[in-house]
Design a protein around this ligand. Structure first.
Ligand code: PSU
Ligand code: MN
Length: 303
């Protein structure tokens, strides 16, 4: 029995050496409300196809790790209740026990690397949470970037995180953090975080070449590609700040910890902004999908 099940379209693209872009599923089950989550999942797949690559949404359903989901599976996942949120620690356990779970950035990277997919588009990665010096809440996404060879295209780090600490951990772990088209690290809903990104590359070909160079040097791990949300869709940082502060205070008051923190904050910010944060979130995911498809094309064109 094989370790995972690849959809026919993804298997064919991989066999022909055509560009493939991995997509995560936690953003569907824990990152956005129904029914916008399903609409986003379908639109992001179509955006990858329109940009010349094959999308591979990744999830565990009834114990099987799927690389590429059918539309029926997407519909089922988007509506499912009590789906597990799978990271490095629980991916194998969920598969062993026949469970159903959505993959985070870390688990999606692991699955993508297994299947030979080197580019992955998402919204935002997990990072170092505010107050981590007391809570120790640091996402498993960060060490994953240091050890699994996948390019993760995200809109920077969310301002619900401690961005300077997140950058420090990424630097310690040896992860290239590459801003695209600007010097500043983007801050998810906002284009500007006020912090300069460690690296800047404006061409997908440069990003692909840097990834290939790491491999040639025998360096493990991937790259974090920080792609700013389009200007028309951004919410400026000063507008977001009070909502983030309020949601963070509520999470603390309610004693929300561990895996529940990020989903709680995203849901509260969605409510506090009357849905505006969700529109921006969807726009930046689509923008990341387009860039990821370009990087995948450049990678598959390398010798
Ligand atoms: N950021 C988003 N939406 C999401 C997530 C992050 O804007 O859905 C998800 C991703 O799957 C990410 C995970 O890998 O949250 C990080 O969770 P944690 O902070 O518990 O590691
Ligand atoms: Mn955490």
């Amino acid at each position: 029995m094989s370790l995972y099940q690849t959809s026919p379209a993804v298997a064919e693209a991989l066999a022909q050496g055509r560009p493939v872009v991995a997509l995560e599923s936690t953003i569907i089950t824990h990152g956005m409300p129904w029914p916008q989550n399903l609409e986003m999942a379908r639109t992001v797949e179509q955006t990858v196809r329109d940009a010349g690559a094959e999308p591979a949404t990744i999830a565990v359903m009834d114990g099987t790790l799927y690389i590429g989901l059918t539309d029926d599976q997407l519909v089922a996942l988007a509506q499912a209740q009590n789906v597990a949120k799978l990271s490095r620690a629980d991916l194998a356990a969920c598969m062993a026990m026949g469970g159903t779970g959505a993959t985070t950035v870390a688990a999606t990277m692991i699955a993508a690397a297994q299947a030979g997919i080197a580019v992955f588009a998402t919204g935002g990665i997990g990072g170092v949470h505010k107050g981590a010096e007391l809570s120790f809440d640091i996402s498993a996404d960060l060490p994953e970037l240091a050890q699994t060879p996948v390019n993760v295209v995200a809109a920077g780090a969310k301002a619900i995180l401690d961005i300077p600490k997140t950058l420090e951990v990424l630097e310690t772990q040896g992860v290239p953090v590459i801003a695209v088209g600007q010097d500043a690290l983007p801050a998810f809903w906002s284009r500007e975080s006020g912090i300069k990104a460690p690296l800047r590359m404006d061409q997908p070909a440069q990003i692909a070449k840097a990834f290939a160079m790491r491999r040639a040097l025998g360096l493990p791990g991937g790259q974090l590609i920080a792609n700013p949300v389009p200007e028309a869709d951004e919410i400026p940082a000063d507008v977001m700040l009070p909502y983030i502060t309020q949601a963070t205070a509520e999470a603390e008051a309610k004693g929300i910890t561990g895996k529940s923190v990020t989903p709680f904050l995203l849901q509260r910010i969605f409510e506090l902004t009357d849905g505006r944060s969700l529109k921006t979130n969807i726009a930046l995911v689509l923008n990341n999908a387009r860039l990821a498809a370009q990087i995948a094309q450049e990678l598959s064109a390398l010798p």
